[in-house]
Design a protein around this ligand. Sequence first.
Ligand code: UD1
Length: 319
Amino acid sequence: MAVLIEAGFPVVVLDNFSNSDPSVISRLERITGKTIRCVRADLRDRVALIATLKAHGVTDVIHLAGLKAVGESVSQPIQYYGCNVQGTISLLEAMQETGISRLVFSSSATVYGDPHYLPLDEAHPTSATNPYGRSKLHIEEMLRDVARSAPDWHIVCLRYFNPVGAHPSALIGEEPSGIPNNLMPFVAQVAAGIRPELQIFGGDYPTPDGTGVRDYIHVMDLAEGHLAALRYLVDHPGWEAINLGTGVGYSVLEMVSAFEAASGRAIPCNRVSRRAGDIASCYANPERAQRLLNWHAKRGLEDMCRSTWAWQQERRSLS
Ligand code: UD1
């Protein structure tokens, strides 16, 4: 959002704060020096949604409201389909009602399932192995049908690879509640002494060092990808799926070493068995984003680790 505001877009936030803290808004105001318009509402509250879209004269929507924990989605599928799929239907109804037709949707590389080939391009077949992934896939397909139904829809699905890092101010970043599911927040908490060790899930994958390989992308690059998508949408009707990744894969061990270097802390590790549902390697072919959006990731692994560590140290003093 800071990137959008700095680019001159007047932004209004709609959030139910179920997985975030309202104090983020005042921190965003500190970063941008602007007052942020914010409405506390659930995406499924169509009345609130329509009122917000009308009141603020919204012209474009970036839809990032979704649940994303794979394990939780297996035990709480109704919650996941309700929030992710029903939430999107509610948003589309509200957009239709108010005549808004430009939408950027946060999708995920999870829609590629187990890769048949690498790097993953957008033509790779899609599939899902859990309710979270299936909810993203359902939404993408729903959006494609919507875009086919009338020529005025402009929709881009951004397929994120593995977002990491934090804003350079160290005022905003990822704040997992409870035990982090994902690698980088967990590593940061081990470096900070909050958790005793990192469990490395599997050491026998067919990768150079036996640990899982992923395409980690800096959140600031991701944010700039959204800005590029918004600009692209203006004169491109229809539906597009576009990868947001770097094209480079790093193993768990490479991530740990990079984080040790950035933080100056040792990260104790313990190799355990594979995590159910994990794949060996996943990284993007980012050419389509370059071609259509004139966007590519600029920030490297060192910046990803340094900003994560700065945020990890700063966040405890923030309220
Ligand atoms: C996970 C989800 C993916 C989702 C993404 C959201 C699974 C199987 N996949 O991706 O669907 O879109 O988060 O950001 O949950 N690792 C460890 N120890 C840990 C944590 C992770 O060794 O404590 C390893 C994993 O085995 C993997 C790599 O680190 O090789 C990255 O894991 P993670 O950050 O959870 O991301 P994904 O599994 O790629």
